[in-house]
Each structure stands twice: as C-alpha cells, then as structure tokens.
Design a protein around this ligand. Sequence first.
Ligand SMILES: O=c1ccn([C@@H]2O[C@H](COP(=O)(O)O)[C@@H](O)[C@H]2O)c(=O)[nH]1
Length: 252
Amino acid sequence: MTFRDKLEQRIAATGSNLCVGLDIRADNALESTKKHILQIIEETLPYAAAFKPNSAYFEALGWRGMRLLSMILKQIPKEIPIVLDVKRGDIGETQGYYAKAAYDELDVDAVTLNPYMGRDTLEPFLKYADKGIYLLGVTSNKGAADIELQKLAGGDRQVFEIVADMTQASPQVGLVIGLTNAAQEVLSRTPDVPLLIPGLGAQGGDLAALKGAGRKAPLLVNVSRGILYQDDGKTYAERAAHWDQSIRAALA
Ligand SMILES: O=c1ccn([C@@H]2O[C@H](COP(=O)(O)O)[C@@H](O)[C@H]2O)c(=O)[nH]1
C-alpha cells in the first residue's frame, strides 16, 4: 500500500487530520523517556491521523536516542502513518543513505526533505515508490519570507512554486506549508498536493487560514508542543481531542 493510500484510509477511518508531533525534550533518563513517549502515543492515537517524530530530538540523545526512536516507532499500530521530520537535502549519493536510514532501517512511511539542492536529490527517495515525501514549500518560520516567498524575476511566481512543481514527480510527494504563512492563495494553488501543515499551537498559527481551501489531496495539521508541553492540567488525550475538533471545525 502506498503512503498516500494509507494516509487517506486513516483520515477516512478517524475523520481526523491531526498529526501528533513526537518532539520529546528528554534528558538522559531514556527508560522514563521511553515510557513517557509510549504514554503519549497510547493516549493520542484515537485522534491521530499520523505521528511525526522530529529526528533532531532523538539525534540529540546520541545513539541511544536513535535506538529509542526505532523502538517507539515499532509500537505505533501499522495502520497509522509515520512521517519522519528530517528535512534531508544532499547530493544523490548521500541522499541514498539517508533514504536507506529512514525507509529500510526505521521503516517510516514518509519523510520531510529540503529541496534546495534540486530535483536529482529527490531521486534516491523516489526509488521507494510507495513511500511518501514532503518537500519544504512555505515553512512556518519568519525566514520563509527570505527565500520561499520571494517573487521570481519577471513575474508573479514565487520561489515555493518551483518546489510545488517538483511534487509532480509522484502522487506520493507533498509539501510542507506552515500554518503561520499559509495564505489562502498558497493553499489554493496546490489543491492536488498532499500537505503537511505545522505551526498550530505553540507557534500561534490560525486555523482560519484553512477555511474554504478546497482540497483533493490529504492534509495533515501538525501539533507538537501544543499536545506534549502545555501547562493546562489536561491529559495528552484531552489536548489531542481539542486540536482534532478545532481542525475539523476549520475544515468543515
Ligand atoms: O515549516 C516547518 C517545518 C517543520 N516544522 C516542525 O514541526 C514541528 C512543530 O512543532 P510545534 O511544537 O507544534 O511548534 C517541529 O518538529 C518543527 O521542527 C515546523 O515547525 N515548521
């Protein structure tokens, strides 16, 4: 089954478009960290269309962190897609090894990639035809304005639209569009492209940006700190339910 089929099936089964970000801020107490992440997964999985661990939080713990990542990924039920946020971008030879790490070793369903070095850098990942890719399109940070949203010389096209064109390589290729920068026009220019939308919760993105953005392709809205780290006395399940409901209301 392709990534896109798996994601569409999960969204249809749950009615949820929430992607639960597994960005754990851990010390070296890896046994308690493992229990903590497994609790988050168990509590939030009824609301999760997908899970998205960001590799940085595990790499920061050294080889034990990578082992931890591998162990927790195995505990996620097979019907829930896993997007590994790694934002890789290098020459093809090296990308082949990044692809092997993500798809053969960690067995994730999709990854995020940095498209800045061009189309050939996607090829090693595209060889895994059933797996998914999200290219950085318009990211959620202020610096999106520095390059991604710049106008191309002699026209109205913006730099991220070159990246959007690269998604034509396969239906498994989507875009990262930050909610904080997700203007209606950006969304309406990419109706057939799967989107991964970070920026809700801690980054203050407004779900109103998704209103009326008619989409044919699956959409995921990620929340990490807004579920894992909130001083509100609520459980992970309650926070995930809240974001799930908010996203449904915005997309209705
Ligand atoms: O444009 C982007 C691309 C990726 N991210 C990642 O998403 C999560 C967001 O975490 P929050 O705690 O919900 O802010 C994190 O892993 C980022 O590295 C992004 O925020 N923006």
